[in-house]
Write a protein that binds this ligand. Structure first.
Ligand SMILES: Nc1nc2c(ncn2[C@@H]2O[C@H](COP(=O)(O)OP(=O)(O)O)[C@@H](O)[C@H]2O)c(=O)[nH]1
Ligand SMILES: [Mg+2]
Length: 369
């Protein structure tokens, strides 16, 4: 785009000169905007979606893939968070074996009592003492390795909202109980630690001078009230929800199905005036859990109009169509990806594709592609 420069007249005097100057200023500003987009662009990306969907896990993957260190708080508290995820999951299961009608060996009752009595005090003292009592470690090991009821309960964990990573941490029990064990990136990716504060992370885009400015939000109903203040000048909204949560209810309201809540939230966001012209990428996350669940927890029990049985592709397509239909502005692009946020290789591909389309869209909007 060419820009005209006026000669001499620094202070416009006539109306015509003022108008010409205003046009020139506008052109200069537009050109600067395009140049900035072309040379060194920062894209504002929002990670939105219900709680426990995988938003913060995606952010961790973005850091790992870009060889950036994980956040200080993730590393410092890593071992405590993993141990707390493990022990609280074990306690939740022990508390619910009777209500779920899962029978267990009478001889293991003593181990269940140890878990019920010792988990809370152990966690409240762990940060300072870094000690897990011997009898609690023994009880956890015996129960997980020898009492079939624990694994049976993990399979129906949807009914009591057991952490999705409970099995991962139980399988790593021996490591986590070792005082010398240092947590890995994989452990940190599997941690559940609800986001309480909105964060902004700047991430360089590999192979260009562009950057992403990624906003991560808490997803619980009370946290959602804070989102709207960050909706200005957004380049992309990534809506993330756990497709595996079709048979689970919300922690904050156990009467509401998680996926139906995710549908409502998506509908609301797609109608938002400030985000109206923004493209949306939907990540149907936790496909690893979704695949495993389909045969033991029929989708039709929660969505009676679904008739695709336990076929993964049928079920995923059913939900993809449902969400695309909910989008209120048919002129925006809504793309969908089936994702597995705890898997770095898988995420790397999805993230590359998402960034490529974001850059292409920005260039075409600026008339440069
Ligand atoms: N198995 C599995 N677990 C996941 C996946 N994505 C996230 N998680 C786990 O789900 C929990 C919630 O993830 P988080 O990123 O904190 O959710 P957020 O509340 O949306 O930020 C954590 O324990 C993650 O490790 C996934 O694709 N598969
Ligand atoms: Mg989070």
């Amino acid at each position: 785009m060419g820009v005209c420069h006026s000669k001499g007249n620094v202070y416009p005097s006539t109306q015509e000169e003022k108008e010409t100057n205003s046009i020139i200023n506008k052109q200069i500003q537009e050109e600067a905007k395009i140049k900035e987009k072309n040379d060194n662009c920062t894209y504002k990306v929002l990670l939105l979606g219900p709680a426990d969907s995988g938003k913060s896990t995606f952010l961790k993957q973005l850091r790992i893939i870009n060889k950036m260190p994980l956040e200080e708080c993730d590393i410092e508290n890593a071992k405590y968070t993993c141990i707390s995820n493990l022990l609280l999951s074990m306690k939740l299961i022990c508390q619910n074996l009777d209500s779920l009608n899962i029978s267990y060996n009478e001889g293991n009752k003593k181990y269940i009592s140890v878990v019920l009595n010792k988990v809370d005090t152990t966690l409240s003292e762990y940060k300072e003492k870094k000690i897990i009592p011997e009898d609690l470690m023994e009880a956890c090991k015996k129960l997980y390795n020898e009492e079939g009821a624990i694994k049976e309960c993990l399979k129906v964990g949807n009914q009591i909202n057991v952490l999705d990573s409970a099995e991962y941490f139980m399988n790593k029990m021996d490591n986590l109980f070792d005082p010398n064990y240092v947590t890995t990136n994989d452990d940190i990716l599997h941690q559940r630690s609800p986001t309480q504060q909105i964060s902004e992370t700047t991430i360089p885009i590999h192979g260009s001078n562009d950057r992403l400015s990624v906003y991560d939000f808490g997803g619980s109903r009370s946290q959602r009230l804070k989102w709207a203040a960050f909706f200005d000048n957004v380049d992309l909204m990534i809506y993330i929800f756990a497709i595996s949560a079709y048979d689970q209810n919300l922690l904050e309201d156990p009467t509401v199905n998680r996926l139906k809540d995710a549908e409502q939230l998506f509908k609301q966001l797609s109608r938002n005036k400030i985000l109206w012209h923004k493209n949306i990428v939907i990540f149907f996350n936790k496909i690893d859990i979704f695949k495993k669940k389909l045969s033991i927890s029929p989708v039709s029990k929660y969505y009676p109009d679904y008739n695709g049985g336990n076929d993964y592709a049928e079920a995923a397509t059913y939900f993809a169509k449902k969400f695309i239909k909910l989008n209120a502005n048919k002129n925006r692009t809504v793309s969908t990806h089936l994702t597995w946020a705890t898997d770095t290789r898988h995420c790397s591909t999805i993230i590359k594709l998402t960034i490529q389309s974001l850059q292409q869209y920005a260039l075409s909007s600026a008339g440069l592609s």
